[in-house]
Write a protein that binds this ligand. Structure first.
Ligand code: FES
Length: 577
């Protein structure tokens, strides 16, 4: 640690570590109990490494080692690395849903960054919610910030065939219910699916968000697809560590990168990768933290002309490892440059176009070229109508084409327990043309807007060979799931949205091309039902969850807490002693 500081202006950390008074003594002395020399406090950039490592977040279980590679890069570039933990959100374990805690983790991150002597931040992210949570928190502070994803797991492999995280769970589960897979085989598949460190290797929410941060320009190029266990992931960590030090010298703050153009680029890339529907709420929430006003209309407008180029599960057949070997996200970004804001600034200090100039496609069956796309319709479609006045979304690339224009009779489940109790009842009046409606699973209703929108189909229909039906809810869906699933209906049922008024037997019309979702019930009848509607009782009372329910915004506003929207900057006017 003997490199001479390069920055002339006083760094933020010097408000703690500079000077000769009692406060500076306190700040330095206690840090020195970790063995730091005097020159660690001489004005060099102090870089926080915000680590979401946890053994309960298996997707981020390798982050302690990854952080060491980041530190190596920071030290090489003359910075002072300080690693700190953030609340970790493991999608596979957290109940009632990890999404309930995304905003809580973002508060932890925001306050930890602002309150500490940090000049720049590296965000170590992986499992679904860790990426938006950390970026939301960092955006509300606006220091120089760079993101490093932990990388996907290696491809799953079951009995000689590739299997994908999540996607094949839904499939196997339906096969067990239909009687075509044994429980022994089901259990055997568990270890075959998750066979290395890393996050889900389908184009689920984790891979989508890794691609989103790369297309927002807040990672080094190539971040999204490098497998977690590949040595080049460690190298990416080291280079990320080097780069953040220079970003502090350049005062390259997050707000210079996270512009409206950057978000528009990310939306278009989401279309091209067949990305998760969860990206919609996450990107809106991040944008509103940094002061970019983004809406559902942006998603529909920008995604319309973007075909899906990437042949990855759940929309296609390959997995993230294949995507990396084919050239990774830079190939897609390069192909889309004519549509993107190619001059958008990134954390490299160069534009997006410069970053991807050398990208090459090594497998056009994995990454289809723009002139011969994998699927014509890649974006997220936003549906409006009397059933979703503030919008609902569907991912056309994961839907069954013939169901995208459909009229059917509603079969209504009042909540997730009602669904579970009723769906396999042989007496349930339902057929393949029915529309399954799930209520009270939105942000306030569940609470936390769980990933239950892709309801499994009734056993009796599965046994007849039915593989997809129209499903509508105010819930979300796992990014690894598929089907003709209408999600994020706003306003949600638990706050009296029209979804709460649907009854068994009502006719519903879905028209994805016309962007319409219509409940064929007269306004008078709906008014009568509205007068009878009673707010459902809260599942949990007190604590964080009651604050969440009181303040959470609807899906079209990103499901953030109302008082967290916006950037509050990095200034802390008062000392602690
Ligand atoms: Fe962590 Fe899928 S469970 S990314």
């Amino acid at each position: 640690m003997s490199t001479t500081p390069k920055t002339k202006r006083p760094l933020r950390s010097q408000a703690w570590f500079g000077g000769d008074d009692k406060d500076a003594f306190i700040h330095r002395s206690w840090m020195k109990n970790q063995g730091h020399p005097n020159d660690a406090f001489d004005g060099r950039p102090v870089i926080g490494i915000c680590n979401t490592w946890s053994e309960l977040t298996p997707c981020n279980g390798h982050f302690r080692e990854l952080a060491e590679h980041v530190k190596r890069g920071i030290l090489e570039a003359g910075g002072f690395p300080v690693e700190f933990p953030a609340m970790s959100l493991g999608e596979s374990n957290l109940r009632p849903t990890a999404m309930l805690f995304r905003n809580l983790a973002s508060m932890d991150v925001e306050e930890s960054i602002r309150a500490n002597p940090i000049d720049g931040v590296v965000l170590l992210v992986g499992c679904d919610k860790t990426t938006p949570a950390l970026l939301m928190g960092a955006a509300s502070v606006d220091l120089p910030t760079i993101v490093l994803s932990g990388g996907p797991m290696l491809n799953g492999n079951y009995r000689g065939k590739p299997i994908g995280s999540g996607t094949d769970v839904w499939k196997f589960s339906e096969e067990v219910r239909a009687g075509t897979m044994t429980l022994h085989q089901f259990k055997e598949a568990e270890s075959c699916m998750s066979r290395s460190t890393g996050h889900c290797m389908t184009m689920g929410t984790a891979s989508t968000m890794a691609a989103m941060v790369e297309s927002l320009g807040v990672t080094l190029p190539g971040n999204a697809a490098i497998p977690a266990v590949d040595a080049r992931r460690k190298l990416q960590g080291q280079l990320t560590g080097r780069r953040i030090v220079d970003m502090v010298h350049e005062d390259l703050k997050l707000s210079k990168v996270l512009t409206r153009e950057a978000f528009e680029n990310a939306i278009m890339v989401n279309g091209a990768i067949g990305g998760s529907t969860n990206a919609v709420v996450h990107l809106i929430a991040i944008a509103r933290r940094i002061g970019v006003d983004m809406s559902l209309a942006d998603w529909d407008r920008l995604g319309r002309d973007i075909p899906c180029l990437l042949n990855l599960m759940p929309s296609g057949k390959y997995l993230m490892e294949d995507f990396y070997y084919a050239g990774g996200l830079p190939v897609i970004i390069k192909d889309l440059l004519g549509k993107l804001h190619s001059e958008a600034l990134t954390v490299t200090g160069a534009t997006m176009a410069v970053n991807v100039a050398d990208a090459e496609n090594f497998n056009t069956d994995v990454i289809h070229p723009l002139e011969a796309p994998f699927k014509e319709e890649g974006g997220i479609a936003v549906l409006r109508g009397n059933l979703s006045p503030r919008g609902a979304i569907i991912k056309p690339s994961a839907a069954t084409p013939k169901l995208m224009q459909h009229r059917g009779k509603a079969v209504v489940f009042n909540n997730i327990e009602h669904y579970k109790a009723r769906v396999d009842d042989p007496e349930l009046d339902i057929d393949a043309d029915s529309i399954m409606v799930l209520q009270n699973c939105g942000p306030k209703g569940y609470p936390g807007m769980a990933e239950v929108g892709n309801m499994g189909l009734p056993k009796k229909l599965l046994e007849k060979g039915v593989t997809d039906m129209v499903r509508i809810s105010d819930a979300r869906m796992s990014g690894t799931a598929y089907g003709t699933v209408v999600l994020h209906v706003a306003p949600e049922a638990a706050m009296g949205g029209p979804l709460a008024l649907v009854r068994d037997g009502d006719m519903i019309e879905l028209d994805v091309h016309g962007r319409r979702l219509h409940l064929d019930v007269s306004d008078e009848e709906l008014e009568r039902r509205r007068a009878e509607w009673k707010e459902p009782e809260q599942q949990m009372k007190g604590g964080y969850q009651s604050m969440y329910i009181k303040h959470v915004l609807q899906a079209d506003e990103g499901v953030d807490l109302d008082f967290l929207v916006g950037c509050r900057g990095s200034a802390v006017p008062r000392e602690s002693h």
